[in-house]
Write a protein that binds this ligand. Structure first.
Ligand code: G4F
Length: 332
């Protein structure tokens, strides 16, 4: 019998990579999606279009306990990966209420339904390095205290504690991944890495003349999303549930990412990037860098993609999707 998994947020960057990874491991994969996604499949299901026929999709809303309860009752699965969330930090300042509602109540609904219907199911919660916020120590590990700086970060701290509480109070197998920034060619356009690679490609192709960004000095620990979903799966295969930091251990600035991405196209970012105060955040997280030694030791997990490879892959993918032949630096 194949193992079975349910993924919330299967239409997103991580959900799509995780679905591919689990299918390759022989899993039967189910996804929970919003009904509206079924009405606009070309746009909303674009990241999982190539998996059509190999995964089963079920409509439910994170805002509706009955809809989640219904899917969890009807579908049979052994592992649940809860990735669905409002994940854009800047948006959480604009609409903190929606972020809290989806990210906290949505997580609580999933956990409560699991407890009722499938208490033996293994549960993964997508925690975030944004929970560290104003960092109390560097690099950050599983013992570093949280000091979130945004409604998004606060909602993830609450989800983390909810998941931990179901583990402690009800004996459920709940694991929290504390994932540092992870990106790749499937990243949403609003996040800074994709905004930069897409923007640089558009400038190279003559479609735009400038790219407007906010704080170029923020430092993040960026890895490839395809590497990070492997860690999610490994967490749920351990003998005991636990929490794990997943990171590369190396931080870079937004400016360095600009340098690399524009450099791939033989462009100097300083000629094209304009600072626009609208992209500054009311409270910034200046530096994140993770210590994933627990994951190395217990999960045997290692990242495989470097920062430069990440930028190169993303720029090449954006050039391709813009319908042009990639002409990369050093290739003539
Ligand atoms: O790409 P970002 O929007 O990602 P952020 O805020 O670090 O959050 C991402 O990583 C978290 C893990 O740590 C996830 F939990 C979360 O869901 C998300 O995936 O911004 C990165 C940095 C920030 O410091 C921001 O101020 O880039 C800076 N930045 C500068 N200009 C910009 C821009 N960010 C965006 N989105 N757009 C800009 O124009």
């Amino acid at each position: 019998m194949p193992r079975k998994a349910l993924i919330t947020g299967i239409t997103g960057q991580d959900g799509s990579y995780l679905a591919e990874h689990l299918l390759a491991l022989g899993y039967e994969v189910h996804g929970l999606i919003r009904r509206v996604a079924l009405e606009e499949p070309e746009r909303r299901l674009s990241r999982i279009q190539h998996l059509a026929g190999r995964i089963q999709l079920h409509a439910a809303s994170l805002e509706s306990y009955p809809s989640i309860f219904h899917v969890i009752k009807r579908v049979d699965f052994d592992e649940l990966y809860h990735l669905a969330a409002q994940s854009f930090v800047a948006e959480s300042f604009a609409d903190g209420f929606s972020t809290m509602n989806s990210n906290i109540n949505g997580t609580h609904y999933v956990l409560a339904a699991l407890r009722e219907l499938r208490p033996a199911c293994r549960f993964y919660f997508a925690g975030s390095s944004e929970m560290f916020g104003t960092v109390q120590a560097s690099p950050q590990n599983e013992s570093t205290p949280f000091h979130p700086r945004s409604p998004y970060g606060i909602s993830k701290v609450a989800g983390f504690h909810l998941s931990t509480n179901y583990r402690e109070a009800h004996g459920m197998f709940c694991c929290n991944g504390i994932l540092f920034n992870h990106t790749g060619p499937r990243r949403g356009f609003e996040f800074v890495t994709r905004k930069i690679t897409r923007g640089a490609a558009r400038i190279k192709l003559g479609l735009d003349r400038e790219l407007r960004l906010g704080n170029l000095d923020a430092r993040r620990d960026w890895g490839h999303a395809a590497d990070y979903v492997r860690a999610m799966h490994l967490m749920l295969q351990q003998p005991e549930p636990a929490d794990f930091v997943i990171a590369t251990g190396i931080s870079h600035s937004v400016r360095q990412f600009c340098q690399l991405a524009f450099g791939e196209l033989d462009l100097d970012y300083r000629e094209f990037v304009k600072i626009d105060p609208q992209f500054y955040r009311p409270a910034e997280v200046d530096l994140l860098v993770g210590d994933a030694s627990k994951a190395h030791r217990l999960l045997g997990w290692q990242p495989t993609c470097t920062f430069a490879e990440l930028a190169r892959e993303m720029v090449a993918a954006d050039l391709e999707t813009l319908g042009k032949t990639p002409i990369l630096a050093g290739t003539g």
